[in-house]
Design a protein around this ligand. Structure first.
Ligand code: PEP
Length: 245
């Protein structure tokens, strides 16, 4: 899978223009293609891309079912737009909006209950990597928010390993660092759900992945694609990354 994460970029009109470019260019991709857009784009972009290989994701959903939560958008509302995926646990949401493992566990469950497929992000910050704690951080993130799921629920989960020190910084993890962590994550899934489930789990790499370095990252056996921030905002770059998978 190659998934874009537009973050808080693009007006509705700009988003429609970018989605239109992708619609015209992505015809027979060799992998699943998803774009994560702001909430306000979802309904329009999902309609525009209906019947094409490009699927749509929200970048978040509420941790509550419905009711008096001003400004929030529920998983049911996201699903009603035609979006099929929901990015959850992004490091920006964890850091700036104080999303805890418990809150994320609720969000994942609500997404699944509403037939949305979570793209669940995990990854360590720079200090944790420097202290050699990346494996324990990532394991705790999985245990805290998604290892409560049944194997049946797990089948709808995509993981994205995103070292926080690599997001938007231009500091990409080396292919070796990415492979090492992805293999570790897969081993944790195998311990919990068995080898077959682990082999079938899509684990994306995210963090300054771009048109130049994508092929090298995707060449690793445990790197099943990418979650792409900045480079998903320009159609030619995003298309090159899709080709690289
Ligand atoms: C992201 O935010 O998910 C991301 C990977 O961003 P960037 O590609 O810009 O580093």
């Amino acid at each position: 899978m190659v998934a874009g994460n537009w973050k808080m970029n693009k007006t509705l009109q700009e988003g429609v223009a970018l989605a239109t470019e992708l619609k015209q260019s992505v015809k027979n991709p060799k992998c699943a293609v998803v774009i994560g857009t702001p909430f306000i784009h979802l309904a329009t972009v999902a309609e525009l891309l209906k019947g094409t290989p490009v699927k749509v994701a929200a970048e978040n959903c509420a941790d509550k079912v419905s009711g008096a939560y001003t400004g929030e958008v529920s998983a049911a509302m996201v699903a009603s737009t035609g979006a099929e995926y929901c990015i959850l646990g992004h490091s920006e949401r964890r850091a700036y909006y104080h999303e805890t493992p418990e809150i994320l566990r609720e969000k994942v469950l609500l997404a699944l209950e509403n037939n949305l497929k979570p793209i669940f992000c995990i990854g360590e910050v720079k200090e944790e990597r420097e202290a050699g704690k990346q494996n324990e951080v990532v394991k705790a993130q999985l245990e805290g928010s998604v290892f409560n799921l049944s194997a049946e629920q797990w089948a709808n989960i995509t993981l994205a390993y995103e070292p926080v020190w690599a997001i938007g910084t231009g500091l990409t993890a080396t292919p070796e660092q990415a492979q090492e962590m992805h293999a570790y994550i897969r081993s944790l899934i195998a311990e919990k759900y068995g080898n077959e489930v682990a082999d079938n789990t899509t684990i994306l790499y995210g963090g300054s992945c771009n048109a130049k370095n994508a092929a090298e990252l995707f060449a690793n056996p445990d790197v099943d694609g990418g979650l792409i921030g900045g480079a998903s905002l320009k159609a030619p770059d995003f298309l090159t990354i899709i080709e690289a998978r």
